[in-house]
Structures are given as C-alpha cells and as structure tokens.
Design a protein around this ligand. Structure first.
Ligand SMILES: *[C@@H]1O[C@H](CO)[C@@H](O)[C@H](O)[C@H]1NC(C)=O
Ligand SMILES: *[C@@H]1O[C@H](CO)[C@@H](O)[C@H](O)[C@H]1NC(C)=O
Length: 315
C-alpha cells in the first residue's frame, strides 16, 4: 500500500503539466518560467489553422509543440506561436554577463515546400519594460535557426557568413514601424542550439551602433509559418540571463546547479556574497538605493501579454 500511494503521488505531480492545447487566436497559458502564446496575428492574410500544446515545464526548461496548416498569402506571416521568458526582462545589455540558451527542435512532419522560420524574437528598448512590437521597442533582433521555402527577413542582407557563437550567419537589417530589425539567419539549419546569446548582442553593439544602455524587454522563441503544414516539436528550450558582478571573490562554485534554476527562485535581499551566476537572475532595473554592488537582484515582472502587432514583410 505504501508503494501504491507513492506511485499515485508521482502521477499527480506529473499531471500538473498535462498537455494543454491552445486553439484560440490569441490565447496564452503559463508554462513554468515561460508563457506560451498562439498569437495568430497574421491569420487574416490566409486560410488555415493552428494549435499549440504545452508538453512540459520543468524548472527553467519548457517543451511544447505546434501544428499548423496555412494557405494563401505566400508572403505573409500567419502567426508567431511562441514561448516568452517571464524572467529575462529588464536586463540592460551593459549589465549582462551571459545569456545561456538551449533549444532542441524538429519537424515531426511537414508538407512539401513549407515556408516558415524557426526563430528567436528578442525585443530591446530604452526602458526596462515595454511590450514587444510597441512604442517602447527600439530593436527587434531575430535569430533564425531555420528558414525554409525562400522566405526572407525584414530589410536587406548586410553580411554573409558572419561567425558568431560557433556558427555562421547572414545578417539582415531594416526598419519596421518605430523600431529597427536585425535578423541573424543561420547559413544552415540548426536543430540543437546551445549558445550564449550575449555574443549576438556584443556583435550589434560593436558593429551596428546598438547602445549597451538598451534593455532586453522580452525574449520570445517560436515559429513564423507562411504556407504549408507542419508539426513542429520543441523538445527542450531554455534561456536565462546572468547579471551582476563577476567578482572573483566569491568562493561558491558557479556551475554546480546549472540546470536547476527556476524562475521562482528566491528573493532579492541578503545574499550579497552569493554568486549570481547560477540562477535565472535579473538585475533589478529600479534605481533604488540598494546599491549592493555584489549581489544580483532577482525580480520577476510577472507580466505577460499577447504581442499582437508583430509584423513581417517578405520580399
Ligand atoms: C486545431 O484544433 C481544432 C479543434 O480541435 C481542430 O478542428 C483543427 O483541425 C486543429 N488544427 C490543426 C492545424 O491541427
Ligand atoms: C499535432 O500533431 C501530432 C502528430 O500528428 C498529433 O499527435 C497531435 O494530436 C496534434 N495536436 C493537435 C492539438 O492537433
């Protein structure tokens, strides 16, 4: 009997993240340290449908899938089903020590000739907070791990085969609404991505005049389908931001629990001597008097939204 009750409680724990399907055009749901949104913002440009399913959310890692079928409007994005980190927000580039991310994905099925990208969509602004694709947006930084069917990012291509974070990218640049778009397009598809996103920010600061005073307002990852049908499986995704001092005085090991961080980790105060480098930490953007130079302060904006105004033009 004891054994049985143990098994029951395990089953209950697992079922707390039961597969939950989003079918609405703008529906979202909590996904651990992330928010999963369907965001069928461009659906009117074609005909079809899409469903997105949260599969699991454990610690800072999330798994989800999306099934889509879209026709017509071959040059129009129909949607951006995505997960957005709830914690990596309000981080000033100049304060960023690293931004580790992992993303493993594959198409479980796809029709012939699909037109779609699989991409990060990262929003920067002059203020710590601001919704993606809003008046608060200064830059949209896309990182395309895949772009199929001849689709192109906003603007025009400005570099070819640029090496960043261990692979090569074609960089595209162009304006959109009130912000500027940079799109790093992988020169060949990447299904298992494991990098420090800081390398991309550093490139833009060094080469494109992006100010390091800019804040990361949001990091989203998902897919932009144009036409065709596919089942896209994201078996594992994570992103975190590490800020604060890189003081060498801390004796604690910074690598011990790299996979255990969660977005609900503990509060800000105290811990002036603890290493800031092993959790999903965000320095507070408030200019309050705290001034503890050594400890990174964790905050969680706890907000989420549907980014309904995203855009893409395709040549
Ligand atoms: C999405 O779910 C709805 C309702 O279950 C279903 O009718 C539709 O076929 C699904 N669409 C896709 C693309 O899977
Ligand atoms: C998505 O497609 C997979 C594979 O065909 C299927 O098992 C799953 O039920 C589909 N999900 C939805 C919500 O339609």
């Amino acid at each position: 009997m004891k054994l049985l009750s143990g098994l029951v409680s395990v089953a209950v724990a697992v079922s707390t993240v039961s597969a939950q399907v989003l079918t609405g055009a703008t529906t979202c749901e909590p996904a651990g340290g992330y928010t999963l949104c369907q965001n069928l913002w461009g659906a009117k440009a074609g005909v079809g449908g899409q469903n997105s399913t949260l599969l699991s959310a454990t610690g800072n890692t999330v798994s989800w899938m999306t099934n889509w079928t879209w026709a017509n409007g071959p040059n129009s994005v129909k949607s951006y089903a995505n997960v957005q980190s709830n914690s990596v927000q309000g981080v000033q580039l100049s304060a960023l020590t690293s931004a580790p991310t992992t993303w493993s994905w594959e198409y479980l099925s796809q029709s012939d000739g699909i037109r779609a990208d699989v991409s990060y969509d990262i929003w920067l602004g002059a203020a710590p907070t601001g919704a993606p694709a809003s008046a608060a947006s200064s830059y949209e930084i896309m990182i395309w791990l895949s772009g199929l069917g001849g689709i192109q990012p906003v603007g025009s291509q400005i570099t070819t085969g640029t090496p960043i974070a261990g692979t090569t990218w074609n960089l595209w640049s162009g304006p959109n609404t009130n912000w500027h778009v940079y799109s790093f397009v992988a020169t060949s598809q990447i299904n298992n991505f494991n990098v420090d996103l800081k390398a991309f920010f550093d490139f833009l600061v060094a080469n494109e005049g992006v100010a390091s005073s800019q804040y990361i307002q949001a990091i989203q990852t998902g897919t932009e389908p144009f036409t065709g049908s596919a089942v896209l499986m994201i078996s594992s995704y994570s992103v975190s931001a590490i800020t604060g001092t890189q003081s060498s005085s801390s004796s604690s090991s910074s690598t011990t629990s790299s996979t255990s961080s969660t977005s609900k980790s503990t509060s800000s105060s105290s811990s002036s001597s603890s290493s800031s480098s092993k959790t999903t930490t965000i320095t507070t953007t408030s200019t309050t008097s705290t001034s503890s130079a050594s400890g990174a302060t964790q905050t969680h904006w706890g907000q989420w939204y549907v980014s309904s105004l995203m855009r893409h033009t395709v040549n």
